[in-house]
Each structure stands twice: as C-alpha cells, then as structure tokens.
Design a protein around this ligand. Structure first.
Ligand SMILES: [N-]=[N+]=N[C@]1([C@H](N)O)O[C@H](CO)[C@@H](O)[C@H](O)[C@H]1O
Length: 822
C-alpha cells in the first residue's frame, strides 16, 4: 500500500474544510461541547478523534489486505512502549499536518497550542521502551504486517519534581482525563488463569483451581510515514473476571464485594519504574504473564481465523520478538497451549517455539538479568514451572550432553534453573537462558554489545549455536526525531537535496549523505547555524518557563538526557562542571565560551546513589547559577520530569551530546543517534553505538575519550584504587573534597556521602580514572567552538552521516536476519 505522499488516503480524502467539519462534529457530538466554550483541550481531543477515525479506517484496510494475502506477521512483545505524544506525529505521517493547521486556523485556533495540550503516555522507562515505539513507526512505514503487544498501564512512569534539589515522585495518571487514542475491543477480550495446581488425568496435565483475570484490549493505531499502512498497538488492561460480588455487597461486606476487582485491576495499574534493574515482585511476574498470555491467545485466535486449525503453517505465519526477557514466559506459555490444549508432543512443540520466537538482549548488567525464584513461578504458574523443567531437561541431557558429554559442571552452568550458592538457598529461573534456549535468534543492540553478548554473556550458547547470536544495531525514527521535532532543519534539507519522492530522505535516511557536499559551504553553514540558534532561542524560553533560569542561545548547550544511572556517569559530568566553576572563580576572565550544561534524568525511586547524584547536580546548579562572579559564563540546568516531549525540544537545540558511559556498559544508546542527526557533536567513550557513530562520522567529527572495553578489563585485572587518581589529580581531589565538605548542603552536610563513598570506595564505574581524558576532550570542544566554520562543518557531517541509524534500517535487518520477512 506504499504510495508517495500525494496519493495518501488521508490527504486525498481530507482537505482543510472537511477536517474542520469533522473537528466540529466531534466537538459537538463526541464531546458535547459548543464551539464557543471549546478550548485547546477540547480541540486536541476532537482532532485526535478525527485522526483516530482515519486510523481505524486504515487499520481495517491494512488487516483485510493482510488477511486476503494470508500474510506472515511479526508480533513485538514489550512491557514498554514509550510512544510520546501521538497527534502531531500522526498528522505528519498521514500527510495532513498542513491541512490540520489550516483547519484549526479557520476555527480560530493555533494547532501548536493544541498539540502542546497532549500528555505523554509514559508507558516506558527509557531506551528499551522508546526503541519499541520507533520500531512500530518503522514497521508501518515499511508496510510490514505487525502488531505491538503491551500493557495499558493506568499510571505510567512517575512524574518527577524537585524539592530542595531532591527528586520527588508522583503518580502519572496520563489517561485519567481522556484517552482518545485507544479504542476498547471487548470482542477480543481474553481470560487468563493464575495460581491453582496441576493434576494429571488420562496422562494429560490439567491446570485447575485457578484464579482468573480478564484482559481487555485497547487498540492504538500506529501510522506509517508516506503510506496508508496502519498497524495496531494492542495494549491489555486487567479487569476482574467475575463482576461485582452482589451477595457480599448485600451483606454489607462492601470492601470484600470489590476485592476481586481491585486485585485484578492492580495488574495493569502501574509501570515498574526500573531501568536496567528487575523488580522481583510477584505483581511484576503477574504483569509479565498477564500480557503474554493475552497476546499469545490473541495471535493464535487470529491465526486460526485466517488459517484454520492446522499448526503446520503456524511458524510460517507468525514471528514473535521478545523485547528483553520481560516477556520470556511466552516460551512455556506457547508450549503449554501446544501440548496441553492442542495435544502436540513436546519435541514438536519445542521446535515450533524455536521457529517462532526470537529474543533481544538490551544489557550486560548482571543485576539487570531477570531471575525468578522457582517457588514463586511454581506458586503463580505451576504448569509453566513444570514445562520449564521439561525444556531444561531436554536442553541439558540432549543438547548440552551432545556438546559436552558427561560434563556436569557445564550442565550446572547452562541450566535454566540456577542452583543456590549455599545450602537452603533458592533455585532461580534464569529468564535469559530460557529465552535463548526457546528462540531461533538472539540479538544484541549494537555491534560492540552483540560481540560482548557472544564472548562474555552467552559464550557457551554461542559455541553450541554459532548462528543463533547476531547483531541488529538500534535505530531511531527520522520522522519524530528530525522531521517532526526540527522542522526548520527538515526544510533546509528538502531545499538542499530535494523531496520529490525520488529523493525521500524521510523514508530513506541514507540519502542524507548528499548533505556532506555542503559541509564546507559557508552559505549552507550559515543557514544550518541559524536553525540551531533558532532552536536554542525556543528552548531557552522553555528553560525560563520550567526552571526560571536565563540562558543565552549564544552559549554552548551541552546536554546529558537519559535515565540516571552510575554507569551512564552523570557524576563524571558533574565533577567536571564543578572544576570548570572553580577555574572561573580562580580567573573570571578565563578565555572560555559561555556554557550551559543541561540535564534531564529520572532515578528509579529505590536507587539511592542515583538520587544523591540528582541532589548534588541541583545543589551545584543553585550555587553556579547565582554566582555573579563568573559572569554567566557557566549555567547548569536540571529539567524536571524528563520525558519524550522534552527530548523533542532539547535535542534540536543541543550543541554537545554527552554519551560518556563506562565502556562496555551502555548496550547501545539511542539518544546518541538523535543528537548527531540534529547536528550536535558527541563527546563519548567507545561504548555501545558510539563506536558505530564514530565509524560513520569519522574520528575528526566526534570527541572520543577514555578507556576502551579492553582497557577497562585490563585495569580491573591489574587492580584499580581510585584513591591513587584522587591523590594524583589536584583539581579532581579539590572537587571531591568540596562535595564531601557539606558546603553545598549545609543543612545536611553528609548529603553526598553515598556518592563520595562510591567514588573513593571502589569507583566501580571508573569515573575518576576517566576524568582527565574527559576534561581534555572538553578542552578540544572549546577549541573547536572557537572556530565556527570548523564546528559547523563537523555538525553538518554528523547530520549527513546518520543514515545507518534510522530504525527503518534496524527493522529491515530484523526482517532479513531474524523474521524472514524480506
Ligand atoms: N534495559 N535496557 N536497556 C537499554 C535501555 N536502558 O533501556 O536498552 C536500550 C535500547 O536497546 C539501549 O540503547 C540501552 O543501551 C540499554 O541500556
């Protein structure tokens, strides 16, 4: 259904007048609002309903086409989809943004104000969740038949505010008021079972005495760019299977009458706020099983509707991607259905699973790899625990035995069931191992990371199945992360390389390469710089509004926006800022350009050191921003409640992109790609996708510093005492002593002790040993900034070289190497 933009269904059926009519119709008939009393909120909802209508029309067309073609589909199972605001993006993708702008103007309303009214559906923590959203955009844009399956959390990722510089969390009731995007699909509701016990009857396992929960699907249209394909994001909401318990209500046991409902509703109530860190809670396991069971039942029902009851073609028609181990329970769930409900023997069932499933690993952090106590799985999912044992037995005594005959140590090491270290300890189920054993492909998310997955995380699996572990480097959608968030730059690119369908960089990002020819062109540099400056002026207004801090658009905007985690090393950025401030106090006339350091980061509520780092950054900001002696040469801004919508405002305004993680810890990063695409220069380590970004832009156009992965391993091997660095670097010692002194927080002198102790007590993330190289890299940045023609040449080359990092390329790699769909 790919069509060049002019022919798109929406654009051909909805001009500005008809759009205005539809908006008015929804205001009056769907929202019951008079035009006179309608405000931005109502106009947002009305226009969203118009676009949803369109989306649902196109979903039907898309599905009918797929059904008629008996299409093979990919199902993307993810506990997180960080979709961001939807209205603007959908108007863009459907090719009716201009028409909507005009329609709103005819109704006396400014579209930009209306779009500002949408709350972010914060249904994710960070990179993993946003990647899923970028992938859904690319799947539709590439006309690939696909469903996304997730949870319709009532409360998304917590809202962040600062009190006394400390993070304060509050619930994010993103759909409390209204949620025009999702449409409830009762016809497709699912009933899933929990707890109970397994008995055997006639040689068959029977899972009985279970509790039941109802899964209500909400469908969100996923538009593609420049095409009429609209895929579905199906988000499950939990409800009580048994309705309201009238009898106990009549007997006045009001609370009890709703207990079943409250319990069931809890399942999809809230997103667990941990990034790179599992929440070992029973409710989290139930969340994982709930959405998996609903999704597997739903896709099997679709398969049967379209292909009848034979399982022979199932693996032909269905590919299921596990976004990390969060949906890994899908492997025993499909095995259960195949064996217990479809009477398929174990070996056949396992081979069907392996053909269908593939798993993406997003982190090497040992503490992030999910392990569930065997007892807990046995309690919540008794039949699944039996099946996990069956899979493990087959794997160890057939496949591992074949590879390493008689090697019980190897069986112990590779067992999906981890034996307790000490007697009386718990047996744990390694969800990563279950995912690898149950899948035909396993991929990492950047070349360096995928290499480390093979050599450090799953070396034996790699030896057993040399073709199973592959790489698919992450990507980002250029629609939201350039075309939509940086329209001036998008226009400059159109004016420079064209946008006539033959040239269509929004759908073929490698065409940006043509911009390289203008890297040294003074006129183009001037336009490119002017756009960056405009974006900085716009963003400075946001900073003023949100933080009441005045920042100059002529300063270097140096940005670090990502979750707060010690391996991402916001603490290194902070130590350097404290040193810069002291240099300026020593010499206010230091010949350095104005610099604004901008942070955005949420810390998991239970992550103490991370919260300490946030507090420290805010205290330093307060001190620096109010110190007249340094003549505004330095400003520090910590934006509260960092989320997708803020990223869309910050990234086009950034000059420097901080990607400074300890080498070997950031699996990929995706913010790094967005910044470079928008003409920011990266300061970073050779970690994750930074390595591939450096390959694409060239070593002259990026500021790489610090230990490499091998040097980190070598240092650990040799032994590292952070005090040696502390005692040998006066500037660094001074700022750490300052942190420890309590001067920045007199009412709580030991407030930063946890941070100081982690730095001097072990410094596991090597912040001190990389400090000097990082500081030197920043000196190079300043030197480059002082030569604008050099700076803009590098910036333009960065934008021009980001073709590889389109999520379209990532999805085509998945389709070719994993899903057999291209
Ligand atoms: N979980 N997890 N992993 C991450 C991110 N934190 O969400 O996945 C992202 C998406 O693959 C990666 O870019 C990032 O490096 C990695 O840490």
């Amino acid at each position: 259904m790919s069509a060049n933009k002019t022919e798109q269904y929406a654009a051909t059926t909805l001009d500005a007048d008809r759009l205005a009519q539809s908006i008015k119709r929804h205001l009056q008939q769907s929202l019951g609002v008079d035009l006179e009393e309608a405000g931005p909120a109502e106009y947002w909802e009305a226009l969203s309903l118009v676009v949803r209508e369109l989306g649902l029309d196109l979903i039907r067309k898309t599905r009918h086409k797929e059904r008629d073609e008996k299409a093979r589909r990919v199902y993307y199972l993810s506990l997180e989809f960080l979709v961001g605001r939807l209205l603007g993006n959908n108007l863009h993708n459907l090719g009716i943004y201009k028409q909507a702008e005009e329609a709103m103007a005819n109704l006396g309303v400014n579209l930009t104000d209306v779009l500002e009214h949408e709350t972010d559906p914060a249904l994710g923590n960070g990179g993993l969740g946003r990647l899923a959203a970028c992938f859904m955009d690319s799947l539709a844009t590439l006309d690939l038949p696909a469903f996304g399956y997730g949870i319709n959390y009532r409360f998304g990722l917590f809202k962040q505010d600062f009190a006394g510089g400390k993070q304060v969390e509050s619930p994010d009731g993103w759909r409390e008021e209204s949620c025009p995007w999702g449409i409830e699909r009762p016809k497709r509701k699912q009933l899933i079972k929990l707890y109970g016990r397994v008995s055997e009857r006639a040689g068959k396992a029977v899972w009985e005495d279970t509790q039941e929960i109802l899964g209500m699907p909400w469908d969100v249209p996923v538009t593609g760019y420049g095409t009429d394909t609209v895929n579905t994001l199906r988000l499950w909401e939990s409800r009580a299977a048994e309705g309201f318990d009238l009898s106990s209500f009549d007997e006045g046991r009001y609370q009890e009458s709703r207990s079943g409902e409250i319990q069931a509703e809890n399942v999809s109530q809230v997103l667990y706020p941990n990034d790179n860190h599992p929440a070992g809670k029973e409710l989290r396991l139930i969340q994982q099983y709930f959405f998996v069971a609903c999704s597997i039942a739903d896709l099997i029902a679709r398969y049967k509707r379209e292909n009848g009851d034979n399982w022979d073609d199932f693996a032909e028609k269905v590919a299921i991607q596990l976004n990390d181990t969060h949906p890994a329970i899908a492997v025993p769930e499909l095995m259960r259905i195949l064996m217990d409900e479809e009477d398929i023997v174990f070996s056949k069932a396992l081979s069907i699973c392996r053909e269908v499933f593939s798993y993406t690993n997003h982190t090497l952090l040992p503490e992030a790899l999910e392990k569930w106590p065997q007892n807990l799985i046995t309690k919540v999912l008794p039949r699944h625990m039996q099946i996990i044992h069956m899979i493990n037995y087959h794997f160890l005594h057939t496949e591992v035995e074949a590879q390493w005959p008689g090697d019980n140590n190897m069986k112990r090491r590779l067992s999906i069931i981890e034996e307790p270290e000490r007697p009386g300890g718990q047996q744990m189920v390694r969800m990563a191992y279950l995912s690898v054993v149950g899948s035909h492909k396993v991929n990492g998310v950047a070349a360096l990371h995928s290499g480390l997955v093979k050599t450090t995380l799953f070396p034996e699996f790699n030896e057993m199945w040399p073709d199973k572990l592959v790489n698919v480097t992450n990507g980002v959608t250029p629609r939201r992360w350039l075309d939509y968030c940086n329209p001036e730059l998008a226009k400059l690119i159109d004016d420079t390389i064209g946008n006539d369908g033959k040239v269509d960089w929004r759908r073929n990002l490698s065409q940006l390469d043509a911009i390289n020819a203008y890297a040294d062109d003074p006129a183009f540099q001037k336009k490119f710089a002017a756009i960056k400056h405009d974006n900085k002026i716009r963003f400075a207004a946001v900073v003023k509004e949100l933080c009441n801090i005045d920042i100059s658009p002529d300063a270097i905007f140096d940005v670090q926006i990502k979750r707060l985690h010690e391996y991402k090393r916001q603490q290194l950025n902070l130590l350097h800022i404290m040193a810069l401030y002291r240099r300026l106090l020593d010499n206010p006339d230091l010949d350095v350009p104005q610099r604004v350091f901008i942070f955005g980061a949420k810390a998991a509520p239970g992550y103490k050191v991370a919260k300490t780092i946030i507090h420290a950054i805010n205290r330093v900001a307060e001190r620096v921003n109010n110190d007249r002696r340094i003549k505004d040469k330095l400003k520090v801004v910590f934006l509260p409640n960092y989320r997708i919508t803020l990223a869309e405002k910050i990234i086009p305004a950034a000059d420097v992109s901080e990607q400074i993680s300890t080498a070997g810890f950031e699996a990929s990063g995706t913010g790094n790609m967005k910044f470079a695409l928008n003409g920011a220069l990266t300061v970073g380590t050779l970690d994750g996708a930074n390595v591939e970004i450096a390959e694409e832009v060239g070593d002259d156009n990026i500021f790489i510093y610090g230990l490499t992965v091998d040097e980190v391993a070598e240092l650990r091997h040799r032994g590292y005492n952070p005090k040696d660095v502390y005692n040998s670097n006066a500037e660094l010692k001074a700022v750490i002593d300052w942190l420890a002194s309590g001067d920045l927080c007199p009412e709580e002198p030991d407030a930063f002790r946890p941070l100081v102790d982690s730095l001097l007590g072990g410094d596991y993330f090597l912040t001190l040993v990389d400090y000097q190289a990082y500081s030197d890299a920043h000196d190079k940045i300043v030197a480059t900034w002082k030569k604008p023609e050099l700076w803009w040449k590098k910036a333009i080359i960065n934008t021009a070289s980001m073709g590889k990092f389109s999520s379209d390329r990532s999805i085509m790699d998945y389709a070719k190497t994993i899903w057999n769909m291209a």
